[in-house]
Design a protein around this ligand. Structure first.
Ligand code: TXA
Ligand code: MG
Length: 350
């Protein structure tokens, strides 16, 4: 398939391109676009045949439902059966932004989009290109992250080209994603609402609206027989770099010491090691390819750089990756969730 690629400047949007891409979506095609979380692979959410193409392009498991993106709060009404008061409060506070709200779906949402479930996740992105594209398409847009299934989600246009060139009609580029981690998913089909996937809207922020909102216990644990996560997508090994990834958990100085001793070991076998570090610790490592995610004082930046860092290690062909751990508070919960999943829960305690 021919793929057109275009970069749009947020301050000076090319209306013609957005109108063309909107038409492609409406008529059943696939368009990759930036959002404030990660890049999305979009299709008309109301067209089951179009949505099937998303699953094919990504190699996505059929039982994993898609998030439906809208451009204004008014357009949610026909898509769902009812909107509980708590969901209204969350929308008012966090939309547009990185929050997906799950509600009981209406007949308008095809089973391809919801992967057979009777609920649907809805999100109103704040990224201006995403908002304009949805507006121009005149339909809600179903969009998973724009990566081949299992790979780290793309946070810039080049990574979308790498994964999806030749498989979609259009790739729209914009600035690097502001959050770099996928949206927080909160299930409002039952009370109290439950966080199924942590993200940029933190548990603490949600609890300011209602202190009873809680996080799916499976998120914080290794997934085994007894703990089944409620979001179908959370059970797969995800965000995975090519090399095995290990998280070293413990006090910072112990972590640095352990990573250095492991690097030393692997060096004897002539292996190239990648280390995920911070500004505060990056100079403490020797003989490894060290990438700093940013300062430990700025958790949002750590999250923003995580997926791209995993992809850089893929490019460099490192044999193993060792990562420091981060405090599971605020955005740190989302960062550690993605890290644990990328590592396949390979955690070394020191
Ligand atoms: O930030 C984001 O949400 C990005 C951008 C493109 O908006 N999209 C994204 O989509 O991350 P995806 O498909 O990679 O992840 C969707 C997650 C999956 O874990 C899926 O299982 C869950 O949301 N999900 C979607 N609809 C659901 C539903 N009805 N019930 C439970 N979980 C649902
Ligand atoms: Mg994804």
């Amino acid at each position: 398939m021919d793929t057109k690629v275009v970069y749009l400047y947020e301050q000076n949007l090319d209306e013609e391109t957005l109108i063309e891409c909107g038409r492609i979506v409406r008529e059943g095609g696939l368009v990759v676009f930036p959002t404030e979380t990660v890049y999305g692979l979009g299709a008309n959410a109301l067209d089951g045949e179009a949505v099937k193409k998303i699953f094919k392009a990504k190699g996505r498991p059929q039982d994993n439902p898609l998030i439906v993106h809208i451009a204004d709060v008014g357009s949610i009404k026909p898509l769902v059966k009812e909107i509980p008061e708590i969901a209204k409060s969350l929308m008012e506070k966090f939309w547009p932004g990185p929050l997906t709200i799950i509600l009981k779906k209406s007949e308008l949402i095809p089973l391809e989009t919801s992967a057979g479930l009777d609920s649907v996740g809805i999100r109103m992105p704040s990224n201006i290109i995403a908002a304009k594209l949805i507006e121009e398409s005149k339909v809600p847009i179903a969009a998973p992250s724009a990566n081949i299934s299992g790979r780290p989600s793309p946070t810039d246009m080049e990574r979308c080209i790498e994964d999806l060139f030749g498989k979609v009609d259009y790739i729209i580029g914009g600035e690097k994603c502001d959050f770099g981690l996928e949206s927080t998913v909160v299930d409002c089909t039952e009370y109290p609402p439950c966080v199924l996937r942590p993200g940029g809207v933190t548990l603490e922020m949600l609890q300011e609206i209602d202190e009873n909102i809680y996080i799916d216990p499976a998120i914080l644990k290794k997934i085994d027989e007894t703990f089944k996560p409620k979001a179908p997508g959370m059970k797969y090994r995800h965000y995975a770099p090519k090399a095995p990834l290990y998280i070293i958990q413990g006090q910072r100085d112990k972590v640095v010491e352990k990573i250095n001793s492991m690097v030393e070991e692997y060096k004897k076998e002539n292996k190239m090691i990648g280390v995920i570090a911070t500004e505060e610790t990056k100079d403490l490592y020797k003989d490894a390819l060290v990438i700093s995610l940013g300062s430990i004082k700025d958790m949002k930046t750590l999250g923003k750089n995580l997926f791209e860092t995993l992809r850089v290690f893929d490019d460099k062909g490192v044999h193993e990756i060792f990562s420091e751990c981060f405090e599971e508070k605020g955005i740190g919960i989302a960062i550690m969730n993605r890290l644990k999943k990328s590592s396949g829960y390979n955690i070394i305690n020191v």
